[in-house]
Ligand binder design. Structure first.
Ligand SMILES: Nc1ncnc2c1ncn2[C@@H]1O[C@H](COP(=O)(O)OP(=O)(O)OP(=O)(O)O)[C@@H](O)[C@H]1O
Length: 297
């Protein structure tokens, strides 16, 4: 559905995209992750033909980016694109007109899209009377009204409470079930874990790693991670090294990568003689992979 090859973009002297490569298969949810300034929005703007790349190749549905491919794409940007005093229906009408939908299609699509984002009963409500979660869903509806094949969701749940997030996650899954391809950016790694078929981790305008979660997990040579609370950290680290455990710090937490699955009593035996207050076991999460890649590259 989307193939990006060797994309480069600079603002003045500042190289923002450096030989960026990524591809998104039809029907998948692709998560693009990266710290603030990694180049995600720049990439999206180039895909949407809002910005020109300095060099490189982008194919959307096998076509070069143009005004034609713009119609295949729906974008829900970070900042809601809504007119607050207009109703949900009026907002969608405005955007449907921009996409040139005829009157009949427009009426059908407005209703269909409002139903899809669960706002049909609020069709006549002005945007300013909606909750933050509802406004975010309407912002996604704007991206859907012209029936795009590729939908770009730029941080769709940032700033929302957990219930509103669940609703948007459900909506994203429904879009995938309808065969829509989704490019999602997020800073919420658990959101990416829940939703994405494949994930690209970006830093300084490059993709550092890309793949399904199991494929990315294989980048960390560990079966399990334990976090340890102890007043004798140096001794614990020295002991762990003796057993070949790699140590890491995640914020204030001291963690060790275990290269084999051990029983709790076997783990405790490895630290015998050291005052351990607690040990917590956890699977390898996307946050561990993300930190590993972005801190060491
Ligand atoms: N119009 C511009 N002129 C100059 N520099 C820009 C411009 N737009 C973006 N940049 C710079 O390009 C870099 C990449 O920005 P971009 O917005 O693509 O990052 P991002 O990954 O989307 O970040 P965020 O997660 O904060 O949205 C940043 O250093 C930013 O300051």
């Amino acid at each position: 559905m989307l193939r990006i090859e060797n994309l480069n973009k600079s603002y003045g002297q500042r190289k923002v995209l450096q030989n960026l490569n990524l591809h998104i298969d039809s029907g998948e949810i692709y998560g693009l992750l990266g710290a603030n300034g990694a180049g995600k929005t720049t990439t999206i703007n180039i895909i949407c033909n809002l910005l020109k790349a300095d060099s490189g190749n982008i194919k959307i549905n096998n076509q070069a980016v143009s005004e034609v491919t713009k119609k295949i794409i729906g974008i829900a940007p970070q900042e809601n694109l809504l007119y607050k005093t207009l109703s949900c229906e009026e907002n969608l009408k405005f955007f449907a007109d921009i996409y040139g939908l005829d009157r009949q299609t427009r009426q059908r699509q407005i209703k269909h899209t409002l139903r899809a984002v669960n706002l049909l009963d609020r069709a006549k409500s002005p945007v300013e009377t909606l909750s933050g979660g509802m406004q975010r869903r309407l912002n996604i509806a704007v991206a859907l009204v012209h029936q795009p094949k590729l939908v770009i969701l730029d941080e769709p749940t940032t700033g929302l409470d957990i219930e509103a997030r669940y609703e948007i996650w459900e909506l994203i899954r429904q879009l995938k079930n309808q065969g829509i391809t989704i490019l999602l950016t997020t800073h919420l790694l658990d959101e990416a874990e829940r939703l994405c078929d494949r994930i690209g981790i970006m830093r300084n305008g490059r993709i550092l790693a890309e793949g399904s979660l199991p494929k990315l997990r294989a980048l960390i040579p560990a079966k399990e991670i334990i976090t340890v609370q102890t007043t004798q950290e140096q001794q614990a680290i020295a002991r762990a090294q003796k057993y070949g455990f790699i140590h890491r710090r995640y914020g204030n937490e001291l963690a060790f990568w275990l290269s084999e699955q051990l029983e709790l009593k076997e783990i405790l035996a490895r630290f015998e003689g050291i005052a351990i207050d607690s040990i917590a076991r956890q699977p390898i999460r996307l946050e561990h992979i993300y930190l590993e890649l972005t801190q060491n590259n």
